[in-house]
Design a protein around this ligand. Structure first.
Ligand SMILES: Cc1cc2nc3c(=O)[nH]c(=O)nc-3n(C[C@H](O)[C@H](O)[C@H](O)COP(=O)(O)OP(=O)(O)OC[C@H]3O[C@@H](n4cnc5c(N)ncnc54)[C@H](O)[C@@H]3O)c2cc1C
Length: 331
């Protein structure tokens, strides 16, 4: 599997929900599919429960990822973990995908390597990740209903996060290095008027406290250096996300944020390279959106290969299945 003598129909970079969904659809289309990833599940594993995936009441991110991985494996997709892709080179009839463990050749590539939330890099953060420390207010604010919790944030994402958290948490703290709230006036007004909100503007985080679950946070005034300890059950960090797309510069088109620009069919600026999920310039960064984009990218890769072989593109997989049902009904 590790080598350029073998050619894969598609190489998927990343085994988050976008890459896994792409693997499921690519392998079901009988494409020879290879997934290269640093880990299984990606950001899904940063949250305890996913409660807004259609059709599922609540599921742990890791079990959702394992389920889709096993579905894809059933159709022949191969997975290599602990592999970090660092370069992609265009060659005749495809691409060489270079990782730290090896090099792989693919006719098409699907980039689905997500985003990494920006971390505070303070003591306690790493140890309490998924145990009260989270990086997604839209996903996790509701877990802190009637409990003390804090948003550590910057700019508009931070403001929107405290606006949301303050609908649930009591008290809801907002800690920001910035000395003013930044964002829409109406949202600022709403946040300021909520009695359960306390703002710590011009403060930085010193450490997060807790033994196997978050119990508090220590913050420090940037000017006076005075430290304050807040008792909280949850710390939601909304400092934006880090995109690690530098290695793609000069290959595919990136926007000003470094996100991969795609069209509605998951195509990048380079023929044969597709992208899906949080790594793209799509606006809404949610699991179901990433999954759907993975599916689109896989079907587009499939059609690209068909076209290269002089075959007409097909629309969707279920057409074949429907045909089978129709035949059996007639019998
Ligand atoms: C704390 C938290 C809670 C969330 N909760 C929810 C929720 O409840 N509901 C919801 O819909 N969404 C939620 N989200 C958002 C959702 O998780 C993401 O939108 C979604 O998981 C993105 O999937 P992805 O596959 O695009 O990327 P990712 O999940 O980021 O996966 C990327 C994968 O690529 C791998 N990778 C990265 N770089 C490389 C490389 N160079 N080479 C090889 N592999 C690489 C990573 O290891 C990872 O496996 C949450 C996000 C966070 C952070």
């Amino acid at each position: 599997m590790n080598g350029v003598n073998e050619t894969w129909d598609t190489i998927i970079v990343g085994a988050g929900i976008a890459g896994l969904s792409a693997a499921l659809y690519a392998s079901r289309q009988r494409l020879k599919t290879l997934v290269l990833s640093k880990d299984l599940g990606g950001q899904l594993t940063l949250t305890e429960l996913i409660e807004n995936y259609p059709g599922i009441d609540a599921v742990s991110g890791l079990s959702l990822a394992r389920k889709v991985e096993s579905q894809a494996k059933k159709f022949g997709a191969k997975f290599v973990y602990d592999e970090e892709v660092v370069e992609i080179e265009r060659v005749q009839d495809g691409f060489i995908v270079k990782g730290i463990l090896g090099e792989y050749k693919g006719t098409t590539v699907i980039l689905a390597f997500g985003k990494t939330p920006r971390e505070l890099n303070v003591p306690g953060e790493k140890e309490l990740k998924g145990k009260g420390v989270s990086y997604c207010a839209i996903c996790d604010a509701a877990f802190f209903k009637d409990q003390p919790a804090v948003i550590v944030g910057e700019g508009e994402p931070g403001l929107e996060a405290i606006e949301l958290l303050s609908k649930y948490a009591k008290p809801a703290y907002y800690v920001s290095r910035s000395r003013t709230l930044v964002g829409e006036d109406s949202i600022i007004k709403e946040v300021m008027q909520r009695p359960n909100v306390t703002l710590y503007l011009g403060y930085e985080v010193v450490r997060i406290i807790g033994n196997n679950k978050v119990e508090g946070i220590v913050v420090r005034n940037l000017e006076s250096k005075e430290e304050v300890t807040l008792s909280v059950n949850g710390v939601i960090i909304e400092m934006g996300y880090v995109l690690k797309t530098d290695f793609l510069k000069g290959l595919v088109k990136l926007n000003e944020k470094g996100e991969i620009v795609i069209d509605r069919e998951g195509r990048t600026s380079v023929e044969g390279i597709f992208a899906a999920g949080d790594v793209t310039d799509s606006k809404y960064k949610q699991a179901v959106v990433a999954a759907a984009e993975g599916v689109i990218a896989a079907l587009s890769a499939y059609n690209y290969i068909r076209e290269k072989k002089g075959l007409p593109p097909v629309n969707v997989d279920w057409k074949a299945e429907k045909k089978k049902t129709t035949v059996s009904l007639r019998l």
